[in-house]
Design a protein around this ligand. Structure first.
Ligand SMILES: *[C@@H]1O[C@H](CO)[C@@H](O)[C@H](O)[C@H]1NC(C)=O
Ligand SMILES: *[C@@H]1O[C@H](CO)[C@@H](O)[C@H](O)[C@H]1NC(C)=O
Ligand SMILES: *[C@@H]1O[C@H](CO)[C@@H](O)[C@H](O)[C@H]1NC(C)=O
Ligand SMILES: *[C@@H]1O[C@H](CO)[C@@H](O)[C@H](O)[C@H]1NC(C)=O
Ligand SMILES: *[C@@H]1O[C@H](CO)[C@@H](O)[C@H](O)[C@H]1NC(C)=O
Length: 454
């Protein structure tokens, strides 16, 4: 009898000491880390060649974010504080008997060391190279008639922004398509690119910088969310879980979150001990916090953003129009840019648009939101537009692919769109955007009209 009581006591004590959750044992951990999500956890799986009855693809157009990169200098500087935080967490658990990380998570944390250096800042990581190379191979098997051909200058256009991570992404993509012939590929770059960096160099960029990017209102919902009860609880809970008897700062929370998601994106098969710091619900709150920022900075939260997404859309529209008119166009057009441009373009096309705005108060209601940066703009995120020539029905058709998955564009037949319909809907969208922007910004619509399709 006594023995039994003792046994129960020991068990309940062990349970009280242990965390109720062990990240290292989680077979299905939450891996949606907003804009630092690994592409491997998002893209559509390899598929058979795209077969559309009585149609053949004639042009493949792609706008892609670079693959997994290293953090910027500022974020690396933050991460350099983590070894000290780690030591403190270990002391909290072992000496002060504070904190609730499980044994295994704590062990992993002990073995962790910082493996990123300031000289690597912003560059493409090895995994990022693979992201792009394997993406190219999957597209090649999906569209063999367009992409499974030897390289020729007049068949393929490669263009990237003037950064190591995008230029190297273009190179990796070329390697995926052409193997050793990739050396022949000429990747165009323009110092002040108005197509792939419309937010820095485009016609509306000064306006956008003043009204959106440098405007505190843009970050209002995010700041209010940070001050709200859910995020305050998160800080409290994480601090306690790690054994601190004071509240960690946002800066420290950010450093740990960044380390968790970058670690995971660099080593997709490994577990990052820094992810064990957060519960799955907490990771979702951090994801929402970041979505709130991007939504107002590059998404539907401001109609000027929608306007800024125009140039790449205009690019594929004019190319498809050329084909319609019987003119020669390259077989493949590949652009490599940054997440901002991806988000602006999606917003221009009304992709991932929710019925309600994201705000600091509707986290729960928006749990299944379409504007989820983990899904729409992870590393290597991409939008492909493919033009088809058909023998029955409407002759010209278009399909969109988001992260390699056929996108069910509104008003189309399971993703297969009449070209005439796309032309009409984009014209309508643009007319609307022009008039809204004019009202909100007090500018005459005319000064925004550079990027219309007609
Ligand atoms: C690009 O922009 C910078 C800064 O606005 C300017 O100094 C430079 O001359 C521009 N370069 C080209 C090639 O237009
Ligand atoms: C925007 O916020 C920053 C930092 O909080 C502050 O210094 C600045 O004065 C604010 N600007 C405006 C226009 O409110
Ligand atoms: C933080 O802990 C409190 C109390 O244990 C709990 O009710 C709440 O859901 C936790 N918050 C988060 C974001 O996990
Ligand atoms: C596409 O056009 C064809 C012929 O013009 C029409 O019959 C069909 O309904 C259209 N499809 C869609 C999805 O609008
Ligand atoms: C354009 O705006 C009008 C009025 O706000 C709206 O009814 C219509 O659906 C919009 N069209 C598109 C294509 O968004």
């Amino acid at each position: 009898m006594l023995l039994l009581v003792c046994g129960v006591l020991v068990i309940s004590q062990a349970m009280a000491y242990q965390q109720d959750y062990c990240y290292a044992d989680d077979e299905n951990p939450y891996l949606m880390f907003a804009t630092k999500t690994a592409y491997e956890f998002v893209h559509s799986k390899p598929r058979n060649p795209e077969v559309v009855p009585s149609c053949k693809p004639v042009q493949f157009w792609l706008l892609s974010r670079h693959g997994t990169r290293f953090p910027d200098k500022k974020d690396i500087a933050g991460m350099e504080h983590l070894p000290e935080v780690r030591d403190q967490i270990i002391r909290n658990h072992e000496e002060r008997k504070q904190g609730r990380l499980c044994e295994e998570d704590l062990e992993k944390l002990k073995r962790w060391s910082l493996s990123v250096f300031p000289a690597q800042a912003d560059n493409l990581a090895n995994q990022g190279y693979d992201d792009m190379k394997f993406m190219a191979r999957r597209f090649k098997s999906q569209f063999p008639t367009l992409l499974n051909k030897p390289y020729q200058d007049d068949l393929y256009v490669f263009r990237s922004t003037d950064k190591q991570r995008t230029k190297t992404s273009a190179k990796a993509f070329a390697e995926g398509l052409f193997g050793n012939d990739a050396d022949k590929v000429h990747v165009q770059t323009y110092p002040n690119d108005t197509l792939l960096k419309a937010y820095l160099n485009g016609r509306w960029c000064q306006r956008w910088k003043d009204l959106v990017d440098n405007n505190n209102d843009t970050f209002r919902e995010k700041s209010l969310f940070e001050m709200g009860p859910q995020m305050q609880n998160l800080i409290q809970n994480v601090s306690q879980r790690l054994g601190f008897n004071y509240r960690l700062t946002y800066r420290q929370i950010n450093d740990m979150y960044d380390m968790c998601r970058f670690d995971k994106a660099w080593n997709i098969r490994d577990i990052s001990p820094w992810c064990a710091v957060f519960s799955s619900e907490e990771l979702q709150l951090l994801e929402y916090r970041e979505d709130l920022q991007d939504y107002y900075n590059y998404g539907y939260g401001n109609s000027l953003n929608i306007k800024l997404g125009c140039p790449p859309v205009k690019d594929f529209m004019s190319r498809f129009r050329e084909i319609e008119d019987g003119n020669v166009q390259p077989t493949g057009v590949f652009y490599f840019t940054h997440r901002k441009m991806i988000q602006l373009v999606l917003a221009h096309l009304e992709i991932a648009k929710d019925d309600e705005h994201l705000t600091h108060t509707n986290y729960m209601a928006m749990k299944n939101r379409k504007w989820k940066s983990s899904l729409i703009s992870p590393f290597s995120s991409n939008l492909a537009a493919v033009f088809f020539k058909c023998e029955s029905g409407e002759q010209n058709r278009v399909m969109f692919f988001l992260q390699e998955k056929l996108y069910n564009y509104k008003g189309c037949n399971v993703g297969l769109c009449n070209w005439s319909f796309i032309k009409e809907s984009l014209k309508k969208l643009q007319t609307n955007v022009t008039s809204i922007s004019a009202v909100e910004t007090g500018m005459v619509p005319d000064s925004y009209n550079q990027c219309t399709l007609h």
